[in-house]
Design a binder for this molecule. Structure first.
Ligand SMILES: C[S@@+](CC[C@H](N)C(=O)[O-])C[C@H]1O[C@@H](n2cnc3c(N)ncnc32)[C@H](O)[C@@H]1O
Length: 206
């Protein structure tokens, strides 16, 4: 039987440890998170994106794409111009095997910049990526740099990190500075198989 990682996922103490964990988890991630725990955020974030950016020709960056679960949800909805980035080569290899991303690249979101020119994307998804020991709220600066003006950014996260408040505090700061419009936060299922609720946050770059 494959090792379980869900119970350890938020205990890593450095980015290097987090990357190593995902490199080891990649082969069994979809089975544990999607098949067994019923992960709902890829579909929830896709549905929110559809309401804000219905144009299927939009160029989308799936930030922290992992094995590609959000990419699958986007592709099923008809989006065809999806790039993905992550810092785990093993997760990226799984995403690549799906053959639905236009481009995939390795980048550490806590160590900007990413190798992308300004204002490239019509929309961004960030699903399951902002959390303890994962990507820090400050990474939003770099994510917003690669967005076109008015691009929606859809963030899916678990209730623990949402309630921690550091992400929502940073969103309030960006909103106050006139960098984004924070459109809203919607509560719902994250990983129903382990009774974990989560949020979909939507914002637009100004
Ligand atoms: C819980 S998984 C989510 C993957 C995918 N978005 C999904 O919803 O299934 C978190 C992902 O964030 C990536 N990640 C964590 N910290 C990162 C960092 N500093 N830079 C880039 N990617 C990071 C991990 O490699 C992993 O693929």
């Amino acid at each position: 039987m494959a090792d379980s990682f869900l119970d350890k996922a938020y205990d890593t103490r450095s980015d290097a440890e987090t990357r190593q964990m995902y490199d080891r988890w990649a082969a069994s991630y979809d089975a544990e998170v999607f098949d067994q725990a019923g992960y709902k955020q890829p579909a929830r974030c896709r549905d929110t994106l559809l309401s804000l950016q219905p144009d299927r020709d939009s160029r989308i960056l799936d930030v922290g794409c992992g094995t590609g679960l959000a990419g699958v949800a986007l592709f099923e909805a008809g989006y065809r111009h999806i790039d993905g980035c992550d810092f785990s080569d093993a997760m990226l290899a799984c995403a690549s095997a799906l053959s639905l991303y236009n481009a995939l690249f390795n980048t550490d979101l806590n160590q900007p910049p990413m190798d992308v020119p300004d204002a490239q994307y019509d929309a961004v998804t960030v699903v399951g990526v902002f959390s303890f020991g994962h990507v820090k709220p400050k990474a939003l600066d770099e994510i917003l740099r690669v967005c076109k003006p008015d691009a929606p950014v859809i963030i899916g996260l678990n209730d623990h990190f949402y309630q921690d408040g550091q992400l929502t505090a940073y969103l309030a700061e960006l909103d106050d500075k006139g960098v984004i419009d924070h459109l809203g936060d919607e509560a719902g299922e994250h990983l129903p198989g382990i009774n974990l609720q989560g949020w979909v946050i939507s914002l637009r770059k100004r």
